[in-house]
Ligand binder design. Sequence first.
Ligand code: ADP
Length: 412
Amino acid sequence: MIFEISILAAAALTIVWLCLDRIHKQKRFHQEIQQVNELHHEALEADRKRHELLLDGLSDALFLVDQSGVVCYANIAARQMFAERNVVGQSPQAVFPDARFIEAIHQCEKTHQPMVQRLVLPQQLSPLGAKENRGVNAWLLDVAPLPPEAYPEAKLRVLLRDLTAEFQSEQVRKDFVANASHELRTPLAIIQGYLENLLEVGGLRDHQQAARFLSIMSKHTDRVSRIVEDMLVISRLESGEAAALSIEPFEFHSCVQDVLERLEHLIVSQQATVDFSKVQRGLMISGDRFYWTQVLFNLIENALKQNPRPGLKVVVTGMQQDKGIYLSVADDGIGIPSSHLPFVFKRFYRVDQNHTNSAIKGTGLGLSIVKRAVEAHGGNISVSSIPGRETKFSIELPTPQESMVATAGIAS
Ligand code: ADP
């Protein structure tokens, strides 16, 4: 009897043990599955982070639109673009300010084909919102459908590239060509008119008149060649400005002397004085002497040209300062009205637009050459004017110039 009980107990214990073992194994199995799931989830998360890092590396703004037509992802560039608004979770209508964005997205949804277009927008419709301060702005809009395996939640991507800088320089180039053609057309028409007169039957018989026509033609030919020369200088400076320069140290004082020699005739005939005692002796500039001669020539010639009255005083300054080199050309002439000051460095800009005296009419390119040449040397130029008292063009050149100051021969 005891033996039978023992066997039954042993059997019961074995059953209990087997049950416990089974439960234990099932628990372990569940734990293992959970671990695998977690590992899989972590791998997916890591994968997603890697992709997002990659997309954040793009300088273009990128948005993903999900199946319900809502923005479900925006990379860093896109988030920065819309800094003041939260774009994720919004509909494209709420995000993009211009109807053409939405049309492109709808077209892409309908046709499943990529849509690429260039948008030129007024300032108030810029995707930058209130941050936009560049006026008319241009964008490349590139919308394309996404295959489901690329990003499961998203059905299409919207890429936005800022083309405003390219657009504006294209506009400047177009304006330049239009203005240049306009400027060249006037003297060429005058030359053509006088030529036709001379070529008429008997046109050369009146020698005195013919000589007068020829002298007018010669003056206008000079003007055409000056405009062309100035345009060439500008285009050379703009074709990768630094590469256009031949940088070597030169003494600024001797450069001023060269320019004054070239302008001596004008200075004497106008009874003007040019004081350059404030140009530090031994001041060296590391730069392209050709362009610096042109900078000084244009600034001093402008002062003389705009003030043909006798007794004009022009002061040229050049000195080493703590932050770099400071240069200036000032005169006590008629000056520039404050409303014109912001525009004088623009190409073809003249304060007196209706100047009829062609003897003093310039090309309107002088100051834009000056500005570009100064900037090509890493400097900047500004202008201030109190008409009748002082009109001053000031140039600052950066610190690396410091090393160029000759220690010898520094005079007052
Ligand atoms: P321009 O070839 O007509 O001289 P610039 O670009 O050199 O063209 O100068 C632009 C305009 O700025 C000039 O037409 C002139 O009206 C004005 N300007 C430049 N320098 C002076 C100055 N020192 N005094 C008065 N007006 C000046």
